[in-house]
Write a protein that binds this ligand. Structure first.
Ligand code: FAD
Length: 407
């Protein structure tokens, strides 16, 4: 409408959920400004600090995010933390709608004795370390022993295993940070155990990650045959993706039995109830966890996510009434599962709900709102600042023969 004020929308978190939602909103609402505030000085969330360096093709989603960021009605405010530099209350006064997409940046814990011993680390920290997350550069994982045990069998566990077992020369061509390459080049690790509480039929890694592991040069994947006793019988009834994954595990197992029957080191370890695995380093890889960063958020502590219905945040858990103008998407809304594609589909869905609510006046946009200005936040990183960081990183990478060296 001619006289209605500009619709101001704030997105908290510049990961995939935030960027995909921004893309959808900017395309759908004619007269709107989307401001993204981000805790870190740099954008892209887990695409930059989670996705493994040897998965450069996955990071191509950044091209799409860049296009969104170049839209004239998009603003980036990096180095601004919700709950510290600004409160949710303030954001809600400044914007017609607020979309929370600040992800899951803590870890789930096992809650067992000795979990916090020096050589027990979370895989999240290990991943953050090799990916150059500010604050994790001094993690100093102990790579002086022969064996590492990873607790968990999801894609993150497989990523960590692959990083530990890949040749450093191969990793030098990736954007693995220099300090991590240096440490990995001195690594004595030869053996990585992936420990899961359930069996092959519940393995949480995907077939792509398994294939990569099976093809890793100079690495042999060893299965415990006992784990597979009942598995073939279940094959016909499995859904297709799980069936293909299980078939690949069985194929790899059969190759192991035929080629290695005389090799003592590859025999299954006899078990009763307890396995003893010698490991100088243990990585706990049982999942990420979201936290409540502002008292104004209706947060499900047990589920580790924001209470919501189809992305509309609830006022409280019991009444089920919606807190109008407040939305959640990405891992913060769904829990920390799913790949970027899943996150994208979810974020598009929530962004559609938000736009529908504005178009149908379910969310009031009749009064004008102030939005944000860079100067209000102190040491803010804008998109043009990020451009300069990006250029400097690419230049530093060129000298080292890699795509970038992260600052
Ligand atoms: P995030 O990517 O975590 O983004 C959240 C953003 O919010 C971050 O930038 C964070 O800094 C910011 N933030 C946090 N707190 C605040 C605050 N208080 N104020 C402001 N900003 C805040 N998917 C694939 O498709 N392929 C892969 O190969 C792959 N590898 C992965 C490897 C690892 C180790 C992990 C953990 C995940 C991987 N994924 C992969 C999954 C993918 O990363 C997620 O699906 C996706 O990143 C979730 O997006 P998000 O926007 O919800 O969260």
């Amino acid at each position: 409408a001619v006289n209605s004020p500009t619709k101001r929308i704030c997105i908290v978190g510049a990961g995939p959920a935030g960027f995909y939602a921004a893309q959808y909103i900017l395309k759908t609402l004619s007269d709107c400004v989307v401001d993204v505030i981000e805790k870190l000085p740099v954008p892209f969330g887990l695409v930059r600090f989670g996705v493994a360096p040897d998965h450069p093709e996955v990071k191509n989603v950044i091209n799409t995010f860049n296009k969104t960021a170049e839209h004239k009605n998009f603003n980036f405010f990096g180095n601004v933390t919700l709950g510290k530099d600004i409160s949710l209350q303030e954001l809600r006064e400044r914007y017609h709608a607020v979309l929370l997409t600040y992800g899951a940046d803590q870890d789930r814990e096992l809650n067992i004795p000795n979990e916090n011993q020096p050589n027990v680390l979370s895989a999240r920290k290990f991943v953050a370390w090799y990916n150059g997350l500010p604050g994790e550069q001094d993690l100093n994982p102990n790579l002086s022993g022969r064996s590492v045990a990873i607790l968990g069998q999801g894609n993150v566990a497989v990523d960590a295993a692959r990083m530990l077992l890949s040749s450093v020369d191969a990793l030098r061509k990736t954007d693995t940070t220099e300090y991590a390459l240096e440490a990995l080049s001195r690594s004595k690790v030869e053996q990585v155990y992936l420990v899961g509480r359930r069996g092959p039929l519940q393995a949480a890694f995907t077939i792509k990650e398994l294939r990569e592991m099976l093809k890793l040069p100079n690495v042999q994947t060893i299965w415990k045959p006992d784990d597979f006793t009942d598995v073939p019988a279940h094959l016909p009834n499995l859904p297709r993706p799980r069936k293909r994954l299980t078939e690949l595990m069985l194929k790899s197992l059969s190759e192991q039995s035929s080629s290695s029957s005389s090799n003592r080191a590859q025999r299954p370890i006899p078990t009763d109830k307890i396995d003893h695995l010698p490991a100088e380093l243990i990585l706990r890889s049982i999942g990420y966890k979201s936290t409540c960063v502002d008292g104004g958020i209706c947060f499900d502590d047990r589920g580790g996510r924001v209470f919501n219905e189809s992305g509309r945040v609830l006022k409280d858990a019991t009444s089920k009434s919606v807190d109008k103008g407040l939305y959640v998407a990405g891992w913060l809304g769904t829990g920390p599962t799913g790949v970027i594609l899943t996150t994208m589909n979810g974020a598009f869905g929530v962004a559609k709900t938000l736009c529908d609510d504005i178009i149908s006046n379910e969310v009031d946009t009749s009064s004008s709102k102030a939005g944000s200005e860079a100067k209000q936040y102190g040491r803010v990183v804008t998109w043009s600042h990020w451009h300069r960081i990006n250029q400097a990183e690419i230049k530093a990478g060129e000298r080292l023969g890699k795509p970038r060296e992260k600052l």
